[in-house]
Design a protein around this ligand. Structure first.
Ligand code: SAH
Length: 419
């Protein structure tokens, strides 16, 4: 792992979720990292941009709904760097905006580890933006504040941030609240108690920039009921102020043809997978990409195929158990690219709307790697050739992303937003 001597940790902002909101510098660092330590909220697409031998270590919420304790994450980063690794610590949004990035940086400094920070696109601004809500607007809002809706230790019952009477009123100033949706009723009560007018506009944006983005808007009077009915939970950004009213004219992301769709692109080469995924992302879809370059040759089925493609039968259950890398003892398993674990976790929770594959070999590899593609429409990038025949149902050959969009539009499948 890495060069001789001490390694280095890059605390990197991953943006709010949509893969395209990663910075150019972050992408370059991902491509050279020996190890990536990541949590929930991030698109698995980001991991496809790591090296084939990069260790991808998940420290986010598991089935038990617990995250790895902060002290353990810090120990992990220090341990990897001391072993000489170039480590990317990918953090949602911007690392220094409620991301505990400051704590991690302090711990690294205290341990004498070399580190750098790469700022990211924070959810505080980008999530409202994807809902069509500008955080400032001439004559409507002269500024904005970002605050937490969650303060103190829950064990002490002090979990809801109280409005500071000296802070700006939402009448000419936008208030953005992170980590607050769980306390929305209490927050609204506090705001009304602080004298904010009942007609003050409020929006709650859940999973902004991702396929499962949901937006609820209303006023201080009705937002709690509306959010309960729409069942929008964390992660969500709360926006309070009159710029929320601009959403009726500015909700641009929801109008994109593939908004709310979740698609997986699988090609023979990384380059083609990236290009095709970019095209679909430009149409508003959430896209994951993988390629045969992410599959080690031992895991590819012999003779290029795995049997009955149409039934979606799994050929081999693949990959290490979730979290196998966390204890640092499973380096021998690194032949399995980390993108697969992230993809399996994501697709188990949020099913794919379609897969777009270059060849039968690609589809078989998806099955071999344990991606649940049974019942998912398969779209082909090119016609089957004699030595690459598909035994699956005949599907249109879709040469470009626009055709994929048309196919999905006419296939009658609900979009992510309508599910
Ligand atoms: N460092 C992050 C914030 C971490 S705190 C940043 O700069 O964005 C985690 C909170 O961020 C969540 O509880 C939620 O309020 C907000 N958040 C992050 N990503 C989000 C997303 N995609 N959609 C909605 N809220 C998000």
């Amino acid at each position: 792992m890495g060069a001789e001597g001490a390694g280095k940790v890059y605390l990197v902002g991953a943006g709010p979720g949509a893969a395209g909101l990663l910075t150019v510098r972050a992408r370059r660092l991902l491509a050279k990292a020996d190890a990536v330590v990541y949590d929930r909220l991030l698109s698995p697409r980001l991991l496809a941009w790591t090296r084939s031998d990069c260790r991808c270590i998940y420290v986010g919420k598991r089935a038990s709904l617990h995250t790895l304790p902060q002290a353990d994450i810090q120990r992990l980063l220090i341990g990897l760097a001391k072993a000489g690794a170039t480590v990317v610590r990918l953090k949602g949004g911007d690392p220094f905006v409620f991301g505990r990035g400051g704590e991690e940086a302090l711990a690294l400094s205290a341990a004498g580890i070399d580190w750098e920070l790469v700022p990211g696109v924070t959810s505080a601004v980008s999530v409202p933006a994807y809902a069509g809500i500008p955080v400032t607007h001439r004559r409507v809002s002269a500024g904005f504040t970002v605050e937490t809706g969650h303060r103190g230790n829950p064990a002490e019952g002090n979990t809801c941030a109280a409005p500071d009477s000296a802070s700006p009123s939402p009448l000419d100033h936008t208030r953005v609240v992170l980590m607050g949706v769980g306390h929305l009723p209490q927050l609204v009560e506090n705001w009304l108690g602080a004298g904010w007018p009942a007609h003050t506009r409020v929006a709650v944006v859940g999973w902004g920039t991702r396929a499962q983005q949901r937006v609820v808007d209303g006023t201080l009077v009705d937002i709690v009921d509306k959010v309960r009915v729409a069942r929008v939970g964390a992660p969500a950004v709360i926006v309070v102020g009159d710029t929320v009213g601009l959403r009726s004219q500015l909700a641009w992301a929801e109008r994109l043809p593939l908004f709310g769709r979740r698609l997986l692109v699988m090609a023979e080469t990384r380059e083609l997978a990236t290009d095709r995924a970019d095209e679909l992302e430009d149409l508003g879809a959430e896209v994951y990409e993988v390629s045969l370059e992410h599959v080690s040759s031992q895991r590819l089925p012999a003779n290029g195929c795995c049997g009955d493609v149409s039934s979606g039968r799994e050929v081999e259950s693949a990959g290490p158990p979730a979290g196998a890398f966390v204890d640092g003892s499973a380096q021998g398993e690194a032949a399995v690219h980390g993108v697969w674990e992230a993809l399996r976790r994501e697709t188990a929770e949020y099913p794919l709307d379609a897969v777009w594959v270059e060849s039968t070999r690609c589809l078989c590899a998806l099955q071999a790697m344990g991606i649940p593609v049974a019942g998912v429409p398969v779209l082909w990038m090119r016609p089957a050739t004699g030595d690459d025949e598909t035994s699956g149902p005949v599907q249109p050959v879709l040469a470009d992303a626009q055709k994929v969009a048309q196919f999905l539009a006419y296939s009658g499948q609900p979009t992510g937003a309508a599910r």
